[in-house]
Design a protein around this ligand. Structure first.
Ligand code: NAI
Ligand SMILES: N[C@@H](CC=O)C(=O)O
Ligand code: NA
Length: 437
């Protein structure tokens, strides 16, 4: 039986699990591939660092540049842009197939990397980069390649879903829930990428690129994270039978003149508690795909964590290894489309606006007038008088939560700006978009 040499870059949460599976399941993997997968080395920063998984010390090296040379498959699980990018280019130059889980790199440098891989006639696979263990990229790229995708809507970041879910179900504080997500191996090395939405945005760019056969990158994605979501927002959502989820949305919009454009956006979103995505708890992810002929599909599973992500990496490794054994060229898309990325202002959505207002006659009329001016119609309005927080002799504050009908994002944003300027409005507590109602 032939042997394929595999190099692993990085031995953190995911890398250590990939190494474990390659070693523990070597016989099974060889049977599935038709060749042995020999783990030739693991590039690390410190050979003697403590690790979750016990691995033979002789596999470790700090010389990643040498390790990537003359291998059949290079698995990159370092994270970040450099040196991951240079090492992948080096691996491609020396004829290796590359498997990576690095969405930040694919969403910023993907086009250069695909072009190099294509030129060199090698594969570049990255199923682990989006929604961890969930098979989502291959189904979009292959199973749905005969259909026309119109919309993708997903919970694609495990860390933020875990934080929001903990805040919603146990009343946990943001910082405690984040710390737990880090301890469980869900968060990025710098968790800012998770909580500010950038990780989900990178995944959104990848999903949009494959779904709409056009190159999109991180700059094409509107991105808002969850750092401004408060316990009060979560409690107010709960009262209204809603839940807050960080969604990545990629959808095709058609202008009046028939021109197609793609909106890709990530933001906290209110969903009815009966919506299927509301039932996605903990670090689980789920991706809804809508296509012209298939209709609605939903993909669900573990979106983060060492072993689940390693499962997706191994799937790509086995698939690439089989192709190496079988020989023949790598088939990529014959021609790409070039559909424009649309700004957020082109989107139609609905808002839930939280306002702290003076409790006096005429307030509602002033607010309603602004909605009317911008042609935005109100679906529900709910007022709570906070007597519990009012100082003796002072008028209690009134909190309004207004949910609008769907309207152009530009009109909704202009409405909020004008409301903010009203003298009877003490503050705009929150503005959240609503889907699925
Ligand atoms: N943890 C997760 O749930 C998921 C992670 N990913 C992606 O997989 C990749 C790895 O993620 P994790 O394993 O969680 O990260 P990690 O931070 O646990 O592991 C990365 C390892 O690479 C090492 N490293 C970084 N630069 C190095 C260098 N120049 N030379 C040698 N070693 C170096 C670090 O010391 C660390 O041990 C990232 O791209 C991440 O975005 C993708 C899906 C899920
Ligand atoms: N940090 C990411 C890891 C998986 O991609 C997440 O929380 O989803
Ligand atoms: Na995946």
């Amino acid at each position: 039986m032939d042997t394929l040499k595999v190099a692993l870059l990085g031995c953190g949460n995911v890398g250590s699990q990939v190494a474990r599976i390659l070693l523990e399941d070597a016989d099974d993997l060889a049977a599935r591939v038709g060749a042995k997968l020999e783990l030739a080395g693991i590039a690390v920063r410190n050979v003697d660092a403590p690790r979750d998984v016990e691995l033979p010390r002789e596999l470790f090296t700090t010389d990643a540049e040498t390790l990537v040379k003359d291998k059949d498959i290079v698995i990159e699980l370092l994270g970040g842009i450099e040196p991951a990018r240079s090492l992948i280019l080096r691996a491609i130059d020396s004829g290796a197939t590359v498997v990576t889980g690095n969405k930040a790199l694919i969403a910023t440098n993907g086009q250069q990397l695909y072009a190099k891989a294509h030129e060199a006639g090698v594969r570049l696979a990255y199923e682990a980069a989006v929604a961890g263990a969930i098979p989502i990229l291959r189904p979009i790229r292959e199973s749905l390649s005969g259909d026309r995708i119109t919309r993708v809507l997903g919970i694609v970041n495990g860390t933020t879903n875990y934080i929001l879910d903990q805040m919603d179900s146990t009343g946990a504080q943001f910082a405690d829930a984040l710390k737990a997500a880090q301890d469980l191996g869900y968060a990025e090395a710098d968790p800012t990428a998770d909580i500010e939405g950038l990780d989900a945005a990178a995944k959104g760019a990848i999903l949009a690129s494959l779904s709409f056969h056009t190159d999109f990158n991180l700059d094409d994605v509107y991105c808002e994270g969850i750092t401004k979501v408060t316990a009060d927002d979560i409690a107010a959502a709960k009262d209204a039978q809603l839940v807050i989820k960080l969604l990545a949305i990629a959808e095709k919009l058609i202008a009046e003149d028939g021109t197609e454009g793609i909106s890709v956006r990530v933001h906290p979103t209110l969903l009815p508690r009966t919506h299927p995505l509301a039932a996605v708890h903990g670090a689980f992810n789920a991706v809804f795909v809508e296509a012209d002929n298939a209709g609605q599909l939903m993909f669900y599973g573990q979106g983060a964590g060492g072993a689940p992500t390693a499962s997706a990496v191994l799937g790509d490794v086995v698939s690439a290894a089989r192709a190496l054994v079988a020989g023949g060229p790598w088939r990529v898309e014959a021609t790409k489309r070039q559909i424009a990325a649309l700004p957020l202002s082109a989107v139609t959505t609905s808002y839930c606006i939280g306002l702290d207002v003076a409790d006096q006659p005429g307030v509602l009329a002033k607010i309603a007038q602004i909605f009317a001016t911008h042609g935005v119609s109100i679906e529900t309005m709910r007022q709570t008088i906070h007597t519990e927080t009012a100082a003796a002799g002072e008028k209690p504050a009134a909190e309004l939560r207004i949910v609008t009908h769907r309207g152009p994002e530009s009109a909704l944003a202009a409405t909020v700006a004008d409301i903010r300027a009203l003298d009877v409005v003490n503050s705009v507590i929150s503005v959240l978009r609503v889907e699925g109602v």
